[in-house]
Design a protein around this ligand. Structure first.
Ligand code: THU
Length: 168
């Protein structure tokens, strides 16, 4: 992971940062006041964005990254190749566990750039990857064996149960 406040980023990442900053302005975060914008670049070269949408029933809140994934899927795409998340404060916020899981549904790995937007100063950037943020995650491939075993819909027969211990 490398952190820098002087961003040596590619044109693609610069476009993603601009898109994530723009959508962050639409975040609905009246409770936490923590505004997040996310942008995904897909294999087709298109960009999909999402912001956090909070709810008075706090648990119903949706994070920016998952909203960006939803936009991508709704547009008929499935292959993100880079992700940018823009947050506030002195250091960039990192995607929550649920967002890491949802990102990993569509990419085993991809560059992830975390940006802490600064007022009137250079942004603070942290360049990492999904594989670094989410190693050994549960992936769609993990279900492949289950699909074969459970084709009948019946639960697989496990090894026979250990004999019950008699009460002393
Ligand atoms: N949030 C995101 O949008 N993405 C994350 O990965 C972490 C948290 C949002 C959810 C909530 O609206 C606010 O940040 C504070 O948790």
């Amino acid at each position: 992971m490398s952190r820098t406040s002087t961003p040596p980023v590619s044109m693609e990442i610069a476009s993603l940062i601009a898109a994530a900053k723009a959508v962050r302005a639409h975040a609905h975060a009246p409770y936490s006041k923590y505004f997040v914008g996310a942008a995904l670049l897909t294999r087709s070269g298109r960009i999909y964005v999402g912001c956090n949408v909070e709810n008075a029933s706090y648990g119903a809140t949706i994070c920016a990254e998952r909203n960006a994934i939803a936009q991508m899927v709704a547009a008929g795409e499935r292959h993100p190749i880079a992700c940018v998340v823009v947050t506030q404060g002195p250091t960039p916020g990192s995607p929550c566990g649920m967002c890491r899981q949802v990102l990993a549904e569509f990419a085993a790995d991809m560059p992830v750039v975390l940006v802490a937007a600064q007022e009137g100063e250079a942004d603070v950037l942290e360049q990492t990857s999904l594989a670094t943020l989410f190693p050994s995650g549960f992936r769609p491939e993990n279900l492949e064996g289950a699909a074969l075993v459970n084709a009948s819909g019946a639960p697989p027969r496990g090894p026979s149960r250990a004999p019950r211990r008699r009460a002393p």
